[in-house]
Design a protein. Structure first.
Length: 161
């Protein structure tokens, strides 16, 4: 079901889109994520860094690692991860294991699967499960219709490489 973010949430989601574009411009797949505290402060941000061959270098996984090392259990549970694309199963598991709070994503795994199919990109090696099938207690909001065309275009540029 589509999600309409608040103005403050949209600022963070737009930063995720910027990070995704930066990832694409440096040879990575277009994904970017931002970790935000309960008070609205940006704590950590990252973009995809898989071009070097390590397919675990997703920004959501890096956020989970950073949060585990730098935040208390309570701070992690109260934080929100904003991300350009819904977490893959690896990242959803990491999110759940470290006890992070809510996820807000611009596009869903189902949308990405559809786009990749339309673009002739073969499926990846991991099933594109929704976050809640992997981490059922994590609150999730998304996709955000206002960002769909921008994210689809970034993925189309990636597929055309």
């Amino acid at each position: 079901m589509a999600y309409e973010p608040t103005d403050a949430e949209l600022v963070h989601l737009n930063r995720c889109v910027e990070l995704a574009a930066e990832a694409l411009d440096t040879g990575d797949e277009p994904f970017g994520s931002v970790l935000v505290s309960a008070s609205g402060d940006v704590l950590f941000e990252d973009r995809n860094r898989t071009a070097g061959g390590d397919q675990t270098r997703h920004p959501e996984f890096e956020i989970a690692r950073w949060a585990a090392a730098n935040l208390s259990e309570e701070e992690r549970a109260a934080a929100t991860v904003f991300t350009s694309g819904e977490h893959c199963p690896m990242c959803a598991a990491a999110h759940g294991w470290v006890g992070l709070g809510r996820i807000v994503y611009a596009h869903s795994s189902a949308q990405l699967t559809q786009w990749r199919t339309e673009l002739g990109v073969p499926p990846g090696p991991v099933a594109p499960l929704p976050v809640q099938q992997v981490a059922p207690n994590v609150p999730v909001d998304g996709p955000v219709p206002a960002l769909e065309s921008t994210m689809r275009e970034l993925h189309a540029r990636c597929a055309a490489r």
